[in-house]
Design a protein around this ligand. Sequence first.
Ligand code: ADP
Length: 269
Amino acid sequence: MPTDTVPEAPRARAPEKVRFEGVTKRFGDHTVLDGLDLTVAPGERVTLIGPSGSGKTTILRLLMTLERVTDGVVHLDGEPFSHMPAGPGGKLVPADERHLGPRRRRIGMVFQQFNLFPHMSVLANVVEAPRHVLGLDADEAAARARELLALVGLAGKADAHPTRLSGGQQQRVAIARALAMRPDLLLLDEVTSALDPELVAEVLDVLRDVADGTDITLLCVTHEMGFARDVSDRLLMFDRGRVLEAGTPDELLDAPEHERTRSFLRSLR
Ligand code: ADP
């Protein structure tokens, strides 16, 4: 049979973990994101870089539904996440809290501030959500928490209180706590910015191990370009709520096309 008569197989849609479709976010009359389109593939590691105020954290907060989109739709795993179909026509309307709660559980987030519960032991901090949100029994949740504390190098600190730990150790507990929910998407928002310089490396080393040891999808905001280069498949340079340029770490860090990217990278040195 001549090949030109063979019907072409329907092309599978590229799998997507996250997709921002025409997302606009305004605070009052300040437009932070303006019709942003952005796709992250399953297992991909993407780092957002760019000057302060360019909208990077807002992207992570929209994904965590800590903020709501002004316009557009955020999709997760190929389905609307910020929205849900309603009525006979299946028109998309903003998802309500009842739907958002379970959806949000699939996402882990680590913030600049560790936000550990100060009155609970390290172990209790990590056990809390798997016990009360996932409903794991106490033994199973504790076993999982101990495994994760070992992963972040804190097996010996399970019974300590967070206030007795260094900032780097507290942030490692926060990473273990996020991973305890077994997220398949992990958002990292400037996780080393609040740390003394000598504590940054230990946190980034733990995150490198997490990235190497799992197929978790990572979306990071960081000013640590060494870390960004090591863990990222792709860097996106943001400027005023838009992606100014994108590329592999080598492309973007070694041969940026735009002067704004060059001057931003120079400002970090
Ligand atoms: P980046 O992470 O790139 O530094 P952000 O996403 O934090 O940028 O912020 C982008 C812009 O949105 C900033 O000008 C910031 O002041 C503004 N912004 C963020 N959150 C709020 C809010 N809750 N209310 C008003 N403005 C906000």
